[in-house]
Design a binder for this molecule. Structure first.
Ligand SMILES: [Zn+2]
Length: 464
């Protein structure tokens, strides 16, 4: 398919992007989507006990259906009979074993509900940065619920489905071999300009910046790492977008790193709103003005398998229960990401479960020679203004390699500052090798990973 696409003239590729965009729109934005969105907008400001009752009704229905129609869940105990929603949720979840990815991978067919007609089942798979892709199943109703969470966030910032926009994600819309602009394609039906993230080199930056300035876009969406690269290009050329051009920047699919947000907001001259979701359609969190991530509680239940606790937060791997996937229910699914949940209500005023961050995959950590497991390492690079981008790689627990792309102002002083910052977080005993590179390679799906570690960490040890 891709080879056929690659052989088309650019106008043909634009037409193909338009057809693909129309199909996406047709699949995602059916009447049921608008119904789900209206429901979500209405429940946004409910008091917490009403949100818990709503969550409970959905969980109870899901567990009952799973017991009846999903082979893997045939032996699940009946849901709790407690009258209080929050208590009933707790009691019910306590009877359900944690679902590991491997269990789902080995027997995914056992998770497909037998009462959903085959013709209604939509098939997909995880993009998978490592390991094999997981087969995934959903229905129109699942997609409607998923995209309703996306658009509750977007519409609350004045953006509409038909608004012109730019997209920077991993789709291969420009043949990799192409060495002449344009490095973007158009989806005419949705006024969308899709930028290739695989051609963003220094040589091409003026073309990219010209193209960004020439769109009539109202918002931009994409991977944080790709938007960050585009933002760097604009700032290096002294050409940020003028204030008021864009209403918002929406990031998803990767952890939004602290240093990326600042530069993206400066260059696109609009606030960044992050969302955490996954291809399993089992979890959704959306950002508020406090830069925290609120769990979309109508859509999912998120538990934290606590490995660290302070007066302010609990932290650890996430266990997610999706309330909207009626064909493959994921109950207490260990999704592979970790997060930090606040114990106090968010200062923004929105009630319910709120996370300081979801700091990515469980293996996005460095293990120190002392056996400490340290995450959220993007903060090391936050104040290193001479740096463009960096990646930490670890193969053994007493050393790390830090690959970095130096900016124009990076000098020996910056190098010492970077070393100091690394040792202040990882301790003095770890051996650090700094390697200057022209670019940080992306994963096969175009995604950026801040930390790549192959060190196995013994979970009985301390986390920090
Ligand atoms: Zn908030």
């Amino acid at each position: 398919m891709n080879r056929i696409y690659d052989g088309l003239p650019i106008v043909g590729q634009n037409a193909a992007c338009t057809v693909a965009g129309m199909y996406r729109q047709y699949i995602r934005y059916r009447p049921i989507f608008h119904h789900r969105l209206a429901e979500l907008q209405a429940s946004m400001h409910l008091p917490l006990d009403e949100i818990h009752s709503l969550q409970w009704r959905r969980l109870e229905r899901l567990v009952n259906r799973a017991r009846k129609y999903v082979p893997h869940y045939k032996t699940l105990p009946a849901p709790s009979a407690a009258s209080d929603g929050q208590v009933a949720i707790r009691e019910t979840l306590d009877t359900i074993p944690v679902l590991r990815k491997e269990t789902y991978r080995e027997s995914s067919q056992n998770f497909v509900a037998t009462d959903v007609p085959k013709r209604e089942i939509l098939r997909g798979k995880t993009s998978g940065t490592t390991g094999t892709a997981l087969p995934l199943y959903s229905t129109k109703s699942t997609l409607a619920a998923e995209y309703a969470t996306v658009w509750r966030l977007r519409s609350s910032h004045g953006v509409g489905i038909r608004d012109p926009h730019m997209t920077f994600n991993g789709q291969l819309i420009v043949p990799v071999k192409q060495v002449k602009p344009p490095y973007w394609r158009s989806n005419w039906s949705q006024h969308q300009v899709l930028f290739s993230i695989y051609h963003m080199t220094i040589r091409n930056r003026e073309k990219y910046v010209d193209a960004i300035h020439s769109t009539k876009s109202v918002y931009v969406d994409g991977y944080p790492s790709a938007l960050y690269q585009a933002a760097q290009m604009m700032l290096e050329l002294g050409r940020p977008l003028e204030e008021g051009r864009l209403k918002a920047v929406f990031t998803s699919s990767e952890s939004l790193l602290a240093y990326q947000r600042e530069i993206i907001e400066e260059a696109f001259c609009a606030p960044v709103w992050d969302r955490y979701g996954t291809a399993e359609f089992a979890v959704s969190m959306t950002a508020c003005e406090e830069k925290n991530l609120h769990v979309d509680m109508e859509y999912c239940i998120v538990e934290v398998d606590v490995v660290e606790e302070t007066d302010d937060y609990v932290r650890g791997p996430l266990l997610v229960t999706g309330l909207a996937n009626d064909v493959t229910p994921f109950l207490r699914y260990s999704i592979g990401d970790s997060g930090t949940r606040l114990k106090k209500p968010c200062p923004c005023g929105r009630v319910g479960d709120v996370f300081l961050d979801v700091d990515g995959r469980n293996d996005d950590f460095v293990v120190t020679p002392e056996g400490r497991r340290v995450g959220r390492l993007d903060h090391i690079f936050k104040d290193q203004r001479g740096l463009i981008e960096a990646q930490i790689r670890q193969e053994v627990s007493d050393s790390i390699d830090v690959l970095y792309v130096p900016g124009r102002h990076f000098d020996t002083g910056s190098e010492s500052a970077l070393r100091r910052e690394i040792h202040s977080r990882l301790g003095e005993s770890i051996h650090v090798r700094l390697l200057s590179v022209d670019a940080i390679p992306r994963e096969a799906n175009g995604k950026f990973r801040a930390v790549k570690s192959s060190v196995i960490w013994n979970s009985s040890e301390e986390i920090s």
